[in-house]
Design a protein around this ligand. Structure first.
Ligand code: NAD
Length: 257
């Protein structure tokens, strides 16, 4: 399918799932805006490379998704925003009674509040264009829980709830809102959880991957960033025009358990 003429804004997309989604959007012909809180030469070079590889327009716009004003400024600077992919996210693993307050606040701000601010700013732009797609990257943890991930699970359940509200508020417009719920995808975010989980459970790296992470993923395989991107592209297709307010699990069967 072709997304030529559409612009996809992907938050938190200089690595991992966001980058994978941005590349799949570009492959489908969309112009893209990639984002993170950094402003390094390599961030801009990444946009240039994707533009060159796929013959589309790609821009890198720095914006810190922990800040409401930056979230809204990202959409304003993007100008066009037909497809909004709320992907920025961080994780921290600790028992709730030891969970650092500032880390709780940061996870809620980046993983949940940012989607509120970008969506609020993007909906008028989509309405003016007469078409729109809001795609929130939630998680299997938007549907189920795990110990030691209180802020993350709370934020992701919040994102799933907000997705339903946005879908209802746009139900009679050519705009849809859905959440993709990945299981484990081997990205820098997951890599970073391994040392803490090793400590928490007194396990080796291999034991954490096999017995903690993939133990709940019946396929026993990590999902890939390309699969997340492909699912997002599908949600932009005409076939998905009546899919709204729902979650699509890409989790190797995790939430079927
Ligand atoms: P990642 O760490 O590779 O990527 C996170 C991205 O968010 C990076 O580009 C980072 O720069 C960006 N980011 C972090 N803080 C930011 C901020 N303040 N402002 C702007 N950007 C910021 O992680 P990932 O695994 O690719 O995760 C992407 C999303 O997918 C997250 O929302 C995560 O919760 C979700 N997810 C990941 C998995 C998984 O197994 N990897 C599973 C389920 C859901």
């Amino acid at each position: 399918m072709s997304l030529k003429g559409k612009t996809a804004v992907v938050t938190g997309s200089n690595s991992g799932i966001g980058l994978g989604i941005a590349i799949e959007m570009a492959k489908a012909g969309a112009d893209i805006v990639i984002n993170s809180f950094t402003d390094r030469d390599e961030d801009h070079a990444l946009a240039e490379k994707i533009a060159k590889d796929h013959q589309i327009t790609a821009r890198y716009i720095q914006a810190d998704m922990s800040k409401a004003s930056d979230c809204r400024a990202l959409i304003e600077k993007a100008g066009q925003c037909d497809i909004l992919i709320n992907n920025a996210g961080i994780q921290h693993v600790a028992p709730i009674d030891e969970f650092p307050v500032e880390t709780w606040d940061a996870i809620i701000a980046i993983n949940m509040n940012s989607a509120f601010h970008t969506t609020a700013a993007a909906l008028p732009v989509m309405r003016a264009a007469g078409w729109g797609r809001v795609i929130n990257i939630a998680s299997a943890h938007g549907l189920t829980a795990s110990p030691y991930k209180s802020a993350y699970v709370a934020a992701k359940h919040g994102v799933v709830g907000m997705t339903k509200v946005v879908a209802l508020e746009t139900a009679q417009e050519p705009i849809t809102a859905n959440a993709i719920c990945p299981g484990y995808v081997l990205t820098p975010l997951v890599e970073a959880q391994i040392p803490d989980t090793m400590k928490e459970y007194d396990m080796t790296r291999e034991e954490v991957v096999k017995n903690v992470m993939l133990t709940r993923q019946p396929s026993k395989e990590f999902a890939t960033v390309e699969q997340m991107g492909g699912t997002a592209v599908f949600l932009c297709s005409d076939a998905a025009a009546q899919i709204t307010g729902t979650t699509i699990s890409v989790d190797g069967g995790w939430t079927a358990l």
